[in-house]
Design a protein around this ligand. Structure first.
Ligand code: ATP
Ligand code: MG
Length: 352
């Protein structure tokens, strides 16, 4: 990891989707409501680092990706790229940065135009950014295909998407995002639409790319994928990061009750290491009407009365490891002192 400012800094990002009132709502003057998709999200990605953003469906992962690449305007908060605030840049001001920040979509069947040969798909971003595709560009296209694992590139360059497997299509999409030599790749569930047999190959490819200094934000709903490939993991719940830290710490020593529940349902090959699955009860709050206090409280197995009134922030719970729960974490002394029973239970659990 390099020193200096992080490649990407996301600070307290808030993105709400306004919902229409509908005909009946308009005549009854129902107040407008909005989906609180991101409700104060903060994290960083460094050059040469793979940060995995993990969470269940609807928690705000895609909204995070699309807000960072400025496809969606945030209500508030800041996005800094290489130390520069890009939150309110105009489309024109963003244009040069589009080379540096690339998005890889979930579905290569949708992201590739069926009428385009591989060379056309990869040429397109070059042409948009004014690179001479007949001169320097040709070499860039070939080397992007090589970097994406399509080797020898001449074998693929004239094919149409229907002449490629799902995994090869995703490699073409990745080559198209690499051709401009970006500094940051935002990959939204890059393997979830692919056959299980080719997923590891694509994930290995992405993880390998960080060796050349690329920073990667990889979105996944699968904690075991994150554990295997990421340097750090950010766990998201209902528009907030609830735990963030080195992958090994988050997986081996999860602090937030939500992360613990997620980990308890990850299948383990070792029957002795299998923990009892912690099935969460209760409902995820409606994202248009998030209750005060901890948003995980309605489903939390550790919930206490005060959780319903305190909205917890991320706080240190270890070396570069943070969690947003008032019941856990060494640095939250006053709270831990107020909860001796919970701490003893935790010690017993760890010792068991
Ligand atoms: N265009 C939209 N208009 C209104 N609400 C939206 C819109 N897009 C997403 N949402 C809502 O915002 C919340 C976050 O959605 P988002 O797509 O970011 O979640 P996600 O974590 O990517 O989910 P998934 O794992 O299913 O892809 C959800 O409650 C979703 O219903
Ligand atoms: Mg999504």
């Amino acid at each position: 990891m390099s020193s200096g400012p992080p490649l990407l800094e996301v600070e307290n990002l808030v993105t709400h989707y306004r919902l229409g009132r509908g005909f009946l709502g308009t005549i009854t003057r129902k107040p407008e409501s909005s989906v609180h998709a991101l409700d104060g999200v903060s994290f960083t990605v460094h050059s040469g680092e793979l940060l995995a953003l993990v969470g269940e469906s609807g928690c705000g992962k895609t909204t995070t990706a699309q807000t960072i690449v400025r496809m969606i305007e945030p209500n508030s908060g800041r996005i800094l790229f290489k130390g520069k605030d890009i939150t309110r840049l105009s489309a024109g001001e963003m244009r040069p940065l589009r080379r540096e920040i690339q998005l890889v979509y979930q579905d290569p069947y949708e992201s590739l135009d069926p009428r385009f040969r591989v060379r056309d798909t990869i040429e397109e971003p070059l042409a948009i950014h004014g690179v001479d595709v007949a001169g320097d560009g040709r070499q860039q296209i070939l080397s992007a295909l090589e970097r994406a694992g399509l080797s020898p590139p001449e074998l693929y360059i004239d094919r149409y998407p229907h002449e490629l497997s799902g995994g090869q299509r995703q490699r073409v999409a990745i080559a198209a995002s690499l051709v401009l030599n970006p500094a940051l790749l935002v990959a939204d569930e890059p393997v979830s639409m692919l056959d299980v047999s080719v997923r590891a190959g694509i994930l290995d490819l992405l993880a390998g790319l960080r060796r050349s200094g690329l920073g990667i934000l990889m979105i996944t709903h699968d904690l075991s994928t994150a554990a295997h490939y990421a340097d750090r993991i950010a766990v998201m719940y209902l528009g907030r990061i609830v735990e963030l830290g080195p992958a090994v710490d988050v997986v081996r020593n999860p602090q937030h009750p939500y992360t613990r529940a997620l980990i308890s349902v990850v299948p383990s090959r070792d029957p002795l290491a299998r923990a009892r699955p912690q099935l969460l009860e209760g409902e995820t709050p409606n994202p248009t009407d998030i209750p005060p206090g901890c948003r995980f409280a309605p489903r939390c197995p550790m919930v206490e009365e005060r959780c319903k009134s305190i909205d917890p922030e991320l706080r240190p719970v270890g070396e570069a490891h943070e969690a947003a729960c008032i019941l856990v974490g060494g640095s939250q002394r006053p709270i831990a002192e107020r909860a001796p029973r919970t701490r003893r239970d935790e010690t017993e659990k760890r010792g068991a």
